[in-house]
Structures are given as C-alpha cells and as structure tokens.
Write a protein that binds this ligand. Structure first.
Ligand code: DMJ
Length: 584
C-alpha cells in the first residue's frame, strides 16, 4: 500500500522534469534549424530550384514553364541542365538524356506548344522541339517568301532553282502533309487556300519531271489522303496529266525535262549520250499508280509498268543497273552505277512498289532483292577500320566514295529485310545497321556534327570528305530518314540519340534569323551559310525527325509507304478489288 502510495506521488514530479527536458531539446532543435536556414550556402537558390524542378516534374506545364521562362535565359538554362536533365536521366530509360539537354532556344520557339513541351519523357519533349523547328521554318517562309518555291533565310527573300521552271509554291506543297501530321492545322488551312487559289500548271515552264513528281504530285496526293480535301486529288490528277507528254519517246522512257505548255521534252545536256537518268524515270511508279487509282484512268499505271518492261529486256552488267539509259535507242549509256545520286530512289521504288501493292507486285519484289544482291556483291565494302560503305561503280572499277544521298539505303534495307528471301532477314538488318553506323560516323567526324555531301574511304581517310566541293550540307534528310527506320525496327535508343545530336547541330549551325540554311563546309568551325532553306527540309528532314520521336502507330508501315520525298501514300489493300483491278 505504501509502495502504491509512493508510486502515486513520484510520477507527478517526474513528468514535470521530463517536460522540462523535452522543452530544452525542442528549443535546441528549433535553434539549429534556424541556424541552418541562415548559414547554409545559397539556401534560397536551393529552395527556388527545388520548387521549379518539382513544378516541372509534376507536369504542371504551361504555367510552370512560363514562370521558368520569366526567370531569364541563364537561369532557365541552369534549371534545365541541372534539374530536368539530371532527373530525366534518373527517371527515364533513355540514358542519352544526361548529355542531351535541349537548348532554351528550342524551347522558346514553342509558342503554341507549351503543353507538349512539358511532357517529361524524352520522346515527347523532343517531338515538340521538332514541332517548334517546323513552326520556325514555316513562319519565316510565310513571312519572306510566301508563294515562291523556297526561302533564302539569310537574305530573307524567295528563291527558285531551275528544277521547277516558273512553277510556284514548292515549299507550300512539299510541306502540306508535314503541317497536317504535326497538327499545325491553321497553317495547313492557309497552305490549302494558297493551293486552291494559286497553284497553276498552265504555264510555259520547263520543269524536271522527277522533281515535280516527287514533290508536287507526291505532296498533293498525301495531302489528299490525309485530309480528304478534294482540291488535292483534282490538282494531283491535273498535274499528272500535264506530265504525260514526257513519255512520248520511242521507248516510253520519259524525258528528264518537260515544257508544261508545249509538251516538248528533252534530257539534261550533261547526261551521258542524251540519256535519261535511272533515279528519275525509275521514281514515278508509286505516284503514278495512285494517280490511276484516284482518276480511274489506267494510263498512268501503264506508263510506269512499261518502264519496267523496257528494263526487263535489257542485259544488266553484273546484275547492276547503269544510271544512264537512252530513251531513243533503249540502250544503256555509260556504265556508271550508284545507290546514291542518279540511282538511289529507283531501288527504293522497286521495294516500295511491292509493299504499296499489299505485297501483290511479285515482280517488283524480285527486281528489288535481285538488285540488292548485285549491289552487295559489287558495291558494298568494309574499310580497314571496320566501316561498311556502298561505293560507286564505274565500268567495273570502284570509286570508294559514299554520298549523303546513299545513306537512305540503311532505312531501305531495314524496310525490306523482313521480306528477304533465303533467310536473309537477320543479315539484311545487320547490313542496314552497319550502313547507318557509317553514316553516323560521317557526321561525328566533322566539326559541326553534320554530314558532308560525300565522304571517302581512300587516301588514308574513312568517312571523311576530302574534296572541298563535297564538304557542304544542304539540310538533306537521308541520314535522319535511316535513323527513323532503324528506330522503328529495333527500338535501339541510340537511333533517337543520333537524331537528337542532329537536331542540336541543326539548331547550332543551320538556324539563322530568317529560317534554316545549308552550310558550305561542315569541317569549318563557324558556318558559312548557303542561304537556301530547301523545300525537302520541311517535307522530309523535319518529318522524319518528328516520326523518329513519335510512337510507331503514327503512320504505321503496315498501312503507309513514304515516297522518296517522304510523302506518305496508303498501301492499296488487296481487299479493295475495284482499285486493285484497275492497277493490274
Ligand atoms: C529529295 O528531294 C529526295 O529524297 C530525292 O529522292 C533525293 N534527294 C532529295 C533530298 O536530299
């Protein structure tokens, strides 16, 4: 009982002591915390950075980004570099993030696209950056060169090459589908209105049949298939009809040049023995098949099927197709063979003819795989440093040079690998990957990280341009096109990383106040601009970049093939007997 008594007395006094001690510890802790806030280095900066990074991390989007932008250029840069990229590196599966922080300039371009810009994963953010590049190219074209074929971004005026004669609006027609795919609908509407009111083919103009076909006919067809607007179908067929007189030759092999008014054709004066060019007459097939499908007139399909007939009758040296063919005699000109300039898209169209026919055009398939076999045997070589390249063939002798144009072949070979005969799928995928690596090397070995027009594998160099007139870069798409195909087929993140490297280089060296310009020497430290924003930059380079960072179900290969100017054309399904029959 006493004990109980004693126990009942002591707890009260202990509780008081305990309370006192607790109070002491608590006040010491508070003092320490205050001390920390005042004495830790740069505490406010830490808090501010933490706030912004959290805000961005939570995808707050528009508001957070606008707030970040008002902080000023340097702070944005440090925020982006220190926080976004580091965190993305930790959060993302793409290790490339650590080295590929986007530049604020790209970000600031995104006037209309803040929402997407703040999406946190690598692909989405990159996609919106490409959107910003398209916006910038388009806005400047519209501002300084509206209606002209191309823009001169340094002198801020219109530009036209002799490829289009007095035909107008190449950039508008070439860019239509890119605008649509990137959901730039206001711009697409403005372009549509221009086509409706101003695109006119009734003129005394001598044009390149190939260029007008791939850019104008191809651009109009894609715009029609994407938007369903009748004006594009009508204009495409009208232009196709204007091109038909080019086939009035003894063999039906078309002229390279055609006067749209008189219907008189001729060939390039520089072409061997008055020949037509393989990559030109061999790159009409996809568009002309669609013209027949859309017009109900078999004449277009007949013209291109006849080209095949003529080629099938000819002997091929080593199974190869020379670049020159005389349209009068039906005989080869000089025995020069190339998978780059003068030959390139002929091979591409054999494969794509088969794919676009829903794999019913067996002849196209055989011609493609046979040609590829001959190319592998006679043109493809490996350098001593282990780089696989596609050389040029001149009467049996190899020139160990590969063009930027040839780099599309990585993508083409990957696209065809699945259907390769004799279990060659794996081999062809490896070949495609090796060619892609070589083309990437041609970029990394320059100061600007942009590829030269042609690079060599002789005289002690590998994947480097040695001649001054081969060192230029004119915003060409082929290397990026190949990255896009390789990404789709392998999902190896290095292809996106390489694409992103190209974006950074384009921003750094090709972007000028009035648009994007080519450069004269990619090995120089500062750019000497050529003052041309090529229409294929908007049609191809930016579209392929955008697709590289898009999901695979964006224009899936199962349903679409891209013409050689990156204009998507739908596969003509077997189940559509009406159209399929018209094309037989
Ligand atoms: C484009 O007009 C087409 O890709 C064509 O097939 C060849 N080259 C240019 C772009 O480099």
């Amino acid at each position: 009982h006493e004990l109980r008594k004693g126990k009942s007395a002591s707890p009260t006094s202990f509780r008081l002591t305990e309370k006192f001690i607790l109070l002491l510890v608590f006040s010491a802790f508070i003092t320490l915390c205050f001390g920390a806030i005042f004495f830790l280095p740069d505490s406010t900066k830490l808090l501010r950075e933490l706030n912004y990074s959290l805000a961005l991390k939570r995808h707050i989007g528009q508001t957070a980004l606008l707030q970040a932008l008002t902080l000023g250029r340097y702070e944005i840069k440090s925020l982006l570099n220190k926080n976004i990229c580091r965190q993305s590196f930790l959060l993302s599966t793409f290790s490339i993030m650590s080295t590929n922080c986007f530049s604020p300039s790209i970000y600031i371009l995104q006037s209309k696209h803040y929402k997407e810009s703040c999406a946190f994963t690598f692909p989405n953010r990159s996609k919106s950056s490409i959107n910003g590049m398209m916006q910038f190219s388009w806005d400047n074209y519209k501002r300084y060169a509206w209606g002209s074929n191309e823009l001169r971004p340094v002198s801020k005026q219109g530009h036209s090459s002799n490829l289009f004669g007095s035909l107008k609006g190449a950039t508008i027609v070439d860019a239509l589908d890119t605008l649509y795919i990137m959901e730039m609908y206001d711009e697409f509407e403005a372009a549509t209105e221009w086509v409706e009111r101003n695109l006119d083919f009734n003129m005394n103009a001598e044009i390149s049949v190939f260029e007008v076909n791939i850019r104008f006919v191809g651009g109009l067809l894609s715009a029609y298939y994407l938007s369903g607007k009748e004006v594009f179908r009508r204009k495409a067929v009208e232009l196709g009809e204007k091109l038909l007189p080019a086939f009035k030759t003894p063999t039906g092999i078309p002229w390279a040049l055609l006067n749209l008014k008189s219907g008189i054709g001729r060939n390039w004066p520089w072409a061997s023995g008055g020949s037509s060019i393989l990559a030109e007459y061999g790159t009409l097939h996809l568009e002309f098949m669609h013209l027949s499908a859309l017009s109900g007139r078999p004449v277009f399909a007949e013209k291109v099927m006849n080209i095949r007939k003529v080629l099938n009758r000819l002997d091929k040296p080593q199974g190869l197709y020379p670049n020159y063919l005389n349209p009068n005699s039906g005989q080869w000109g000089q025995h020069h063979v190339s998978v780059g300039g003068l030959g390139d898209s002929f091979y591409e169209y054999l494969l794509k003819a088969w794919l676009m026919s829903d794999k019913t055009d067996e002849e196209g398939k055989k011609l493609y795989y046979d040609a590829l076999q001959a190319i592998e045997k006679n043109l493809i070589r490996k350098s001593s440093g282990g780089l696989t390249y596609i050389a040029e063939w001149k009467g049996g002798l190899l020139e160990h040079k590969m063009g930027h144009l040839t780099c599309f072949a990585g993508g083409m070979i990957a696209l065809g690998a699945d259907g390769a005969p004799d279990d060659k799928t794996g081999h062809q995928m490896e070949l495609a990957a090796e060619i892609t690596r070589t083309c990437h090397e041609s970029y990394t070995r320059t100061s600007m990280k942009l590829g030269p027009e042609a690079f060599r594998f002789d005289g002690g160099v590998e994947a480097i341009a040695t001649r001054q007139n081969e060192k230029y870069f004119i915003l060409r798409p082929e290397v990026i096109e190949t990255y896009m195909y390789m990404w789709r087929f392998t999902h190896d993140p290095k292809y996106r990383q390489w694409g992103w490297e190209a974006v950074q280089a384009l921003e750094k060296y090709c972007r000028v106040v009035g648009g994007y310009s080519g450069v004269r020497d990619v090995y120089a430290n500062t750019p000497n601009h050529d003052d041309v924003q090529q229409s294929f930059y908007l049609a191809e380079t930016l579209k392929y970049l955008y697709l590289l960072f898009s999901d695979d179900d964006h224009l899936p290969f199962e349903h679409w093939v891209f013409n050689t100017e990156a204009h998507p054309l739908p596969v003509i399904k077997k189940q559509n007997p009406e159209i399929a029959n018209q094309l037989k």
